[in-house]
Design a protein around this ligand. Structure first.
Ligand code: SAH
Length: 366
């Protein structure tokens, strides 16, 4: 049987084609787009502004949602993790991170991940498949509905980060399409300026992103100041080494708007990449390429199955101080949602969180 068309992944012109093929007037496309993206409805039944017959026709040919919510975990810090399932049974994880001034939705670009970063739990899944644009948008819809209620406008300033499972730059086309769909003022209205895409270092796509107008912000995961160590921690370094990566970053930097910066992320692994020497080498490397970026130091989120421990806080503070003494701005990221396996590097479709936050087998029907 053919998979029904997932309307959430269609741009308005594609929706127009689709309604025309059903012999319906063009304005139906706009109605459907608004129902899916602005009101965030996930069933045709709820689209009561559409005639009943038309809703029945739609239900026979298409679908308004393909992801099902398997579970929802709530952290003691308020972070929520959604374990979703695709129509073909693959896990997708999305995290909602409430913050004082604005909230952030962290979404996945792939089910699993093909990169074999040694400090990341998602790597253990391998690549299951790349997500479609519709599946990307739907993750955000599920998280926003749960946080704010169906039918509400997206609060101004809501941030999106492509920092969930997968390598976003290996999902470049669906990701860019999803971002285009989500920026529509008559839809979710989340503009590229509120979106950050994080890459492990897919060099050609960093260069391509630099050429795009209205692009999202960029973050690059470094994790090591030398090729020798980076080869070991992030095997993608064997494909594109630090020189090539930083050259592409330099190119990208030229495309930054005034006041815009991009970020390097550096996961802090106890006794692996956190020495004074590592801090000096990192600062020298960035200074040598004259990169005016900031570095986010991410305390390692340990998990069963990963061979590392987090650097002690004093180590992280000292690492930061060395970077700053050499003129490199550094920040320490506060881990969120660790107790429910929602933090960076912890997304591996874990079904049960630890006992601090019992899983709520909450059926989000919408
Ligand atoms: N593949 C992309 C997107 C994932 S973002 C990328 O690598 O950038 C996930 C971020 O979490 C990356 O910066 C990664 O370095 C970091 N990370 C992965 N595993 C981690 C862990 N166990 N603890 C802390 N940070 C981790």
């Amino acid at each position: 049987m053919n998979q029904p068309v997932h309307l959430t992944g269609l741009a308005e012109d594609e929706l127009r084609e689709f309604v025309r093929s059903l012999g319906e007037p063009d304005y139906r496309a706009r109605q459907i787009f608004s129902a899916l993206h602005r009101r965030r409805l996930r069933t045709f039944d709820e689209m009561t502004d559409l005639p009943k017959d038309f809703r029945a026709t739609l239900a026979g040919r298409a679908t308004a949602s393909t992801l099902t919510v398997e579970s929802r975990y709530v952290s003691e810090d308020g972070t929520r993790r959604y374990l979703l399932k695709t129509h073909d049974g693959l896990p997708v994880e999305t995290v909602f991170i409430p913050e004082e001034r604005r909230d952030t939705v962290c979404f996945s670009s792939q089910s699993g991940c093909p990169l074999q970063c040694s400090f990341c739990l998602t790597a253990k899944l391998g690549l299951l498949r790349t997500l479609t644009a519709g599946e990307i948008v739907e993750q955000i819809v599920v998280a926003l509905n749960d946080a704010y209620g169906v039918g509400t406008r997206t609060p101004r300033g809501t941030n999106l980060v492509a920092m969930g499972a997968g390598e976003p730059f290996l999902a470049f086309d669906p990701l860019m399409k999803a971002l285009r769909l989500m920026r529509a003022p008559e839809g979710l209205h989340i503009v590229p300026n509120r979106v950050t895409v994080s890459t492990a270092g897919v060099v050609p796509k960093i260069r391509e992103l630099a050429t795009l107008a209205d692009r999202p912000h960029l973050a690059v995961s470094l994790a090591a100041p030398t090729d020798e160590l980076r080869d070991e921690l992030m095997p993608i370094n064997k494909r594109w080494n630090l020189e090539e990566l930083l050259a592409a970053c330099k190119e990208f930097e030229k495309s930054l708007k005034p006041g815009e910066r991009f970020t390097f992320e550096y996961v802090m692994l106890d006794n692996v990449n956190d020495s004074d020497g590592d801090a000096r080498r990192l600062a020298n490397l960035l200074n040598r390429h004259q990169l005016r970026t900031k570095v986010n130091l991410i305390p390692h989120n340990a998990a069963e199955g990963l061979p590392y421990q987090p650097s002690p806080p004093e180590r992280v503070a000292r690492f930061k101080a060395i970077l700053e003494a050499k003129g490199v701005q550094a920040y320490v990221r506060r881990p969120r949602g660790r107790d429910i396996y929602a933090a960076c590097g912890q997304l591996a479709a874990r079904r049960s969180a630890n006992n601090l936050a019992p899983a709520l087998a909450h059926q989000l029907t919408r």
